[in-house]
Design a protein around this ligand. Structure first.
Ligand code: SF4
Ligand code: SF4
Length: 429
């Protein structure tokens, strides 16, 4: 039995007007899930201890840091999408936290208000606020949403009744006129952040924030490249955990810890120390984000003895594959450089979205995977429909391919396990 525990902070939660009794039950369930999914793994890198501790402190330690920042007048902003430029929040001395929901536990709270047949990530996130069962949601000054998909876009109107919610209009195409609109939206976001911070962002602030965020992305790129080594020196579950923690940890500390882990992984590669085993079938996952604590697909795949070596996802490569140009100077040029970088993200909400099809095949080749599992959350129309083109591209390239559409409930686990095992047998031979 593991003695792992997500630490309780009832006084802190009470001060944030949370449903403490209910949240404490969720804490125990998440701690149990984490221990079962993660702590039984063999040969874990020692540097994972930092990330395990980030989970142990997820409901207290990091929240206290957010509240300390607020007490100093620094803005704390919740976001749901990788299109909101974190650099601007950082430049104002603030903290940006990703609020995406990956838990079934908050879905019933959302279903009391929202329709049931929408994406579970939207329901889970909304339910965390409606049920007062997320300290991050309770701590943020405001939420900045976007118009990427219909479910989110319409939820902001209802969410705004519970927490101030602003919306960035993300166009659906990438023509010059769309990019011009996007540029304006990035400038409006800066104005809003400055308003809350009570100070103007200087060129030096923004230049420094761009460097910090690029440093974080470079560390994640380095980790991803090491995962591509065969045999892989780290499990896919651990890779995913780090990508999830990237959305709420302090960027400089996180970068340092990811680089320390990468140093250790380089040593493990030299020593031929593989996780989970040198002959494990290598799988790449593509598709919708897997927000914390959604470890469903990774548990199934790695529970069957394979290893996941790449996530083509927003909680994955879409978050860190592109850098902002650090060579531009002047506020206007830097804001344009931000838009230029963020428009490279190839979310399925865009049309046409040929870049993503090419990118999936590229990442498959780069990662040395033997097959692709394309994963879409239920009722996510854009990813579900884009599946047609991903499947066609895999057929054209003779890439073993499987599609999974699922939600956060455990109901389909048995059926998925049978399908995943059959796919792994076909891929691994
Ligand atoms: S999948 Fe699209 S909408 Fe969702 S977080 Fe990623 S970029 Fe944003
Ligand atoms: S997974 Fe799809 S439906 Fe869900 S929030 Fe992201 S884009 Fe919207």
């Amino acid at each position: 039995m593991s003695d792992f525990e997500i630490k309780p902070y009832p006084e802190l939660w009470r001060s944030l007007d949370m449903d403490v009794e209910r949240f404490d039950k969720m804490r125990l369930m998440m701690g149990d899930m984490f221990a079962k999914s993660y702590l039984g793994q063999q040969n874990r890198p020692a540097a994972m201890a930092y990330f395990d501790n980030m989970i142990a402190e997820i409901h207290g330690g990091r929240v206290k840091e957010l509240l300390a920042a607020k007490a100093e007048g620094r803005p704390v902003i919740g976001t749901f999408c990788v299109y909101i430029p974190e650099e601007i929040v950082l430049a104002a001395g603030g903290i940006c936290v990703g609020l995406c929901g990956g838990s079934q536990g908050s879905v019933p709270d959302a279903e009391k208000i929202l329709p049931r047949n929408i994406c579970p990530m939207v329901k889970s996130a909304f339910g965390f606020k409606a049920g007062r069962i997320c300290p991050y949601f309770q701590a943020v000054d405001f939420v900045y949403g976007e118009t990427t998909c219909d479910a989110k876009k319409k939820c902001w109107e209802i969410l705004d009744r519970m927490v101030p919610t602003y919306v960035m209009e993300i166009p659906q195409c990438k023509q010059p006129r769309d990019i011009a609109l996007w540029n304006e939206e990035v400038r409006d976001f800066k104005t809003k952040v400055e308003e809350v911070a009570g100070r103007a962002i200087t060129e030096a602030d923004l230049a420094q924030a761009i460097k910090v965020m690029n440093g974080k992305r470079r560390a994640l790129q380095r980790l991803n490249t090491l995962r591509h080594h065969s045999p892989s020196p780290i499990s896919g579950k651990d890779g995913l955990l780090i990508e999830q923690i990237a959305f709420y940890d302090e960027p400089l500390r996180f970068t340092e810890k990811v680089n320390a882990l990468c140093d250790e992984l380089e040593e493990r590669i030299k020593a031929r120390l593989a996780v989970p085993g040198p002959k494990a079938t290598r799988i790449m996952v593509a598709g919708t984000p897997m927000a914390l604590p959604n470890w469903k697909i990774h548990n199934l795949v790695e529970g069957a003895g394979a290893v996941i070596v790449n996530e083509e996802s927003c909680i994955g490569t879409r978050y860190f594959k592109d850098l902002v140009d650090e060579n531009v100077t002047g506020m206007e040029a830097m804001l344009t450089a931000l838009t230029d970088r963020y428009k490279e993200i190839d979310c399925s909400c865009f049309t046409p979205n040929d870049e993503r099809i090419t990118q999936v095949v590229k990442e498959f080749r780069d990662s040395g995977a033997q097959g692709i599992i394309n994963y879409s959350l239920q009722f996510c129309h854009t990813y579900n429909i884009e599946e047609v083109r991903i499947r066609e591209a895999c057929e054209a390239e003779s890439i073993p391919y499987m599609f999974i559409e699922s939600d956060y409930s455990p109901e389909d686990l048995g059926q998925l396990q049978t399908r995943v095992e059959a796919f792994l047998e076909q891929v691994g031979g």
